[in-house]
Design a protein around this ligand. Structure first.
Ligand SMILES: [Zn+2]
Length: 415
């Protein structure tokens, strides 16, 4: 007897209706099934998708917007100043834990079951990391959380010591923020330190690369080169890459070839990037996004992430990856017929590749992680951004949401 039988659903927008049987936390069978189950649910022709994958989020800064005050300018540098103030005055383990659980709950509701959290390790006590390692353990039965330690205030001053401590505490990977180092040389040095440490401890790398509207910021070429030299390939990811929007075309073409050959991943975060980038440009202003379409068409693995969530950097965010995908369609000029499918892949399979998730997708034998939505196609999903009606993790139903219903009263007498 199966544990759960979900009847009459369409896996990943296919035309064929089928049933999905779950047993012992795995997808036991997909097809026209009649075997009994402890629980039978009627899918009513709705679509089953693998869960959304959030490949770049800050759980330590989330839900701190307005404390100690709102970001007056809305600019990234003021956001960093505010975060440093929050970190030194208010950050406690209990505070981080409470906010992280609240964000995770919100994102799970929206169908996210895999998440990569970027954790600032500028604090000498590594308070946020200590808290998030406990959170990771607590949510492990239903959500896979990877933690990437990053030095918001640079890593050359301590020669990567904070990152080393973070790895020894249990971080899954490390980062660098080379464009915030005082000189280009220091930025390059921080990349070398980061790669050396990751290689020593066999950890993933996720670099904040060229998150600045400065066409002279070109750290991604060194990331690609080092990824190839160390043989790390797709265990290396770069986020943002906004400066690429300002590079000359001849350099972009050379660079895309280098990125593709190195097999590194690119994560774009269109919500925050659109809000904070391009602010210093004279008109016309940059769109605040990297060359997503060109990278994707060249065969580079590109994922889209939600990133900040009610933080000093970004006073918005719902936790729905569909909102990030929807923004990306606009910002990257991806409204062509096949672009919707591509952006859907960026929220799911491509992001799963960033996190190196094994057994991702709706297939027999895979972990029974899936969601149920009312959407006919990737286009329909991204256009309407419907609620996630059912979330199944490890074979357990962990969340149900009933879509809002509207009753039209036009032409009826109101009493
Ligand atoms: Zn970020």
């Amino acid at each position: 007897m199966y544990d759960l039988l979900l009847r009459n659903v369409r896996p990943a927008f296919s035309d064929t209706m089928c049933d999905i049987a779950v047993q012992d936390g795995r997808i036991a069978k997909i097809g026209q099934l009649s075997a009994p189950a402890n629980r039978v649910m009627e899918g009513g022709g709705r679509t089953v998708l693998p869960p959304y994958v959030e490949s770049h989020i800050h759980l330590d800064t989330a839900l701190t917007s307005g404390v100690p005050r709102l970001n007056e300018s809305g600019e990234l540098l003021e956001g960093i100043e505010l975060w440093n103030e929050y970190r030194t005055r208010y950050l406690t383990k209990e505070d981080v834990t409470k906010r992280a659980h609240a964000v995770i709950e919100e994102m799970v509701k929206h169908g996210v079951l895999y998440m990569r959290g970027m954790v600032d390790v500028s604090d000498p006590q590594l308070t946020a990391l200590h808290a998030l390692i406990d959170v990771k353990r607590a949510v492990a039965p239903f959500l896979t959380l990877q933690l990437i330690a990053f030095p918001q205030n640079g890593l050359t001053a301590d020669r990567g010591e904070a990152l080393r401590q973070a790895i020894e505490l249990g971080a899954d990977g490390i980062s660098a923020v080379p464009h915030l180092d005082p000189t280009h040389e220091k930025g390059i040095e921080s990349l070398y330190i980061c790669f050396e440490l990751a290689n020593e401890y066999d950890k993933d790398i996720h670099i904040f690369s060229d998150e600045i509207d400065d066409g002279a910021s070109r750290f991604v070429e060194t990331v690609a080169l080092l990824a190839a030299e160390y043989g790390m390939g797709n265990r290396v990811t770069v986020s943002h890459l906004n400066a690429m929007a300002y590079y000359p075309e001849a350099y972009v073409r050379k660079l895309i070839g280098l990125i593709k050959a190195s097999d590194i991943n690119v994560v774009t975060c269109p919500l925050i990037s659109t809000a904070v980038q391009g602010r210093l440009d004279a008109w016309p202003k940059g769109r605040g996004i990297t060359r997503v379409k060109d990278l994707h068409e060249a065969g580079v693995n590109v994922a889209v992430a939600h990133d900040d969530f009610l933080s000093p950097f970004y006073p918005l965010g719902t936790g729905s990856l569909l909102s990030a995908g929807h923004m990306l369609l606009h910002q990257a000029h991806m409204t062509g017929a096949r672009d919707f499918e591509s952006v859907y892949e960026m929220m799911t399979a491509n992001a799963a590749r960033v996190m190196n998730i094994e057994g991702y997708g709706i297939q027999e034998g895979h972990r029974a992680d899936f969601i149920l939505v009312s959407a006919e196609s990737a286009h329909d999903l991204l256009r309407r951004q419907p609620v996630t009606e059912l979330v199944v993790s490890n074979g357990q139903i962990i969340c149900e949401t009933v879509p809002a219903q509207t009753t039209y009263l036009i032409g009826q007498t109101c009493t």
